[in-house]
Design a protein around this ligand. Sequence first.
Ligand code: ADP
Length: 423
Amino acid sequence: MTHDAYRIEILREQYEDSFESAQEHRREGRKQAAARAYADAAETLAKLDEASDVDRAHQVERLERAAEILRRGEDLEDHFKRNQESTGDGPSGGGDGPPPGGGEGDEEMRAQMESFIAETSTTWQDIGGLDDVQHDLKQAVALGSIADKPDAVSATERVLMFGPPGTGKTLLASAVAGSLDATFFKIELGNLLSKWYGESSKQISALFETAAELSPSVIFLDEVDSLAQSRDGDMNETSRRVLDTLLAELDGVDKGSDDFVLTLAATNTPWHLDSAIRSRFPKRIHVPLPGVDAATEIIRIHTVHGGVEFEGHPTAFVDDPGLASDGDSPARAIARRCVDDGYTGRDMEALCRAAVNNMIDQRNPDLARLVDESVKRLRSHTLDVGRIQPRDIAHAFATTAPSLPEEDVARFYDWNDEYGSQT
Ligand code: ADP
């Protein structure tokens, strides 16, 4: 760690400590101690701004104001209530902002939680292949949704999906949420940690609480490996706190109540997973690169299901005629070539998009010129949509490539052999 990074880390820790102790003093009614701790937090945050070049002036100001009000012996809540009444401001009006963690703080937290809620209209039909994974997830959903069941029959409420990037893990989580009509919380842990470093652990608690309130819910924790490293290894204090909170919440999720909160975690690097996290997810499902059947479906989803058909003899769609046979459809012939080259689902989507775009370019050579003439006229312009020809696919293969090195694929199978749940 460089000197600067080390200093930033220390300042972050100091800020968190001061802030938390300020909150605690305030809750316990120790105003002067709370004022001192808020002032310390403000000072540390200002230093952190300087060191890390992030502008948190507004937050520093609010902390200083909170310290000042408490120093005068006033209650923060009363102060802000009075202030709002006298200015006629609503909670988010322009008067004195309430303290961090208090009134508006809670609202802010709530707003952040709501920002994690993702709309999803994904259905199981949008997913090509992955039948076993779909079956496991559907079973978890079904059992979780049935209220009346003997104690011995329990639903899996935590599922870990691991596999190469772009193989459909997010898609599966969205389909689970879509099929349940559940509230879908989508969290990228790496992002959460870097964006909300001081607050991330509180956010994790708030997240699980909100998910229970809005049950049935699906919490999708993407990049769960970012809370990685062995617990005694190189992990900073914030990550460690978040990890501990997450573990506590995961332990709490399936206790008691009728709420249904399904936690789906995903990782592209399962070997980096913290062992404590791994053990909280007894169900660990490998989401592999697609085989020929799955790849055929994926190709069809991103072409035919979207209203664009193929035209041509199947063997014309592959560079090596030995790859396809007469009984194949064009989609299947293309799928064979994709599997041969190690394409992920996302790579295939890109391939289909490139092929469709090429076909559109060929048939509508004037499109770009129309933009120069009048964008308005484009609305009523009729696009010439044809069928995807072998030359479009040849162009698409020439402009796309598999994103995953072959040696990485084996690593997922090895990890699956060691830690995956064999169903
Ligand atoms: P991951 O979460 O595993 O990194 P995603 O679920 O985000 O991957 O997939 C990325 C995109 O690739 C999807 O939005 C979809 O367009 C396409 N894709 C990947 N796998 C599949 C699949 N099995 N069926 C259909 N599309 C897929």
